[in-house]
Design a protein around this ligand. Structure first.
Ligand code: DAH
Length: 360
């Protein structure tokens, strides 16, 4: 075995000169890899006489260990240097002041939707959704509003176009969230407790009407649900939503095709000095429509009215947002005026919840 010293000097120099981990790996492969120089010499041992083999084998092993040790030492040296370099360049001044509050705000409609979702979730209501482009069956027929019913005209419906020659009834932009009752019952059956907040559309525009606005639908179906349950749920909701100790509601007989009996609900309030106060005073303000779900509506959604009954209600979200947060003009909700949004918007990271307080 000649030339081992030369070999040793060659590889130790190469190790010392390797500039990074990949250069170091090349040195390792050239020396100790399967086809490396040292490995090739090991392979010749088999052909030697036993004594010579023993001596040469021992020397080769020593050389191998030396190169291996040098490789390891250099590798950890390179890693330390790399870490030092990172620590030097990725330095962070933790004494810098925090970033100011984000400039975007949560729109009052989104805020109120979060608030009502939190309140109704606490009473066991899940959130259901449906499409905004709806078939006339879901928007009207299934809710006991047949084609000739006057309620269809009252809804000022937006109709979608059909292709020429296609004379099926056109789809509509849903005029209320009530069709979600049908979808939710068809999908989940009874018993069921859901609310459905969302966008609705009617051809109307003045200080208190916009062609798109928001409603929340409520639906509770079980074996023995009555108007008394409806009244309690609505009172609980109004108390929590308006963040007052007590409220008083008044049920006025009314008519909706999809409920029987039907009631419009007023809340006691005062407007003294132009300031709305909920829960006191001698004025009444209408806030929603409601009633016991009509048997035909249950039937349309595949729920047997002989076994199941319950209540439904529908409420304008924009309107209750205006009342709670003192916003005078509905149209401004949808004008995307930054000054308005900064004034009436809510901090982006405050999620309303019941224990933490809804509006803070
Ligand atoms: N869908 C009705 C509307 O848009 C509101 C409504 C009234 C919904 C009574 C209901 C209800 O679920 O029971 O005017």
């Amino acid at each position: 075995m000649d030339g081992l010293d030369t070999l040793k000097a060659k590889y130790l120099t190469a190790v010392a000169n390797a500039a990074d981990e990949s250069a170091l790996e090349e040195v390792r492969v050239a020396a100790l890899g399967k086809k490396g120089e040292i490995s090739a010499m090991m392979a010749t041992l088999g052909k030697m006489e036993p004594d010579a083999r023993k001596a040469a084998g021992a020397m080769l092993n020593v050389l191998k260990d030396e190169i291996d040790a040098a490789l390891r030492a250099r590798k950890s040296g390179l890693a330390d240097a790399a870490l030092d370099e990172r620590l030097r360049t990725e330095w962070l001044d933790v004494t810098l002041p925090g970033r100011p509050r984000p400039r975007g705000t949560i729109h009052p409609v989104s805020q109120v939707m979060e608030e009502l979702t939190a309140i109704f979730a606490d009473m066991g209501f899940a959130v259901a959704e449906g499409p905004q482009v709806e078939s006339d069956w879901y928007n009207f027929d299934a809710l006991n509003i047949p084609p000739e019913h006057p309620a269809r005209q009252e809804h000022d419906t937006f109709f979608m176009h059909r292709a020429p020659g296609d004379d099926r009834p056109p789809h509509v932009l849903r005029t209320h969230t009530s069709p979600v009752q049908i979808r939710a019952m068809t999908e989940q059956g009874a018993p069921i407790r859901v609310i459905a907040p969302g966008r609705v559309y009617r051809m109307d525009m003045d200080q208190t009407h916009t062609p798109m606005f928001h409603q929340v639908e409520g639906l509770a179906i079980d074996r023995d649900i009555s108007m008394a349950n409806l009244k309690w749920v609505l009172e609980e909701f109004c108390r929590a939503y308006f963040e007052v100790p007590s409220v008083e509601l008044r049920f006025r007989a009314s008519h909706f095709p999809f409920t029987e009996p039907s009631a419009e609900v007023d809340i006691r309030c005062s407007w003294e000095g132009g300031q709305l106060k909920i829960g006191q005073g001698d004025k009444w303000m209408e806030i929603l429509g409601s009633g016991m779900v009509h048997p035909k509506v249950l039937q349309a959604a595949g729920v047997d009215p002989a076994q199941w009954q319950g209540f439904a209600f529908g409420m304008g979200i924009d309107r209750i947002a205006m009342l709670k947060y003192g916003i005078p003009d509905l149209r401004a909700f949808f004008e995307s005026d930054l000054r308005w949004l900064r004034h009436y918007g809510f901090a982006a990271l405050d999620m309303p919840d019941l224990p933490g307080g809804l509006s803070r």
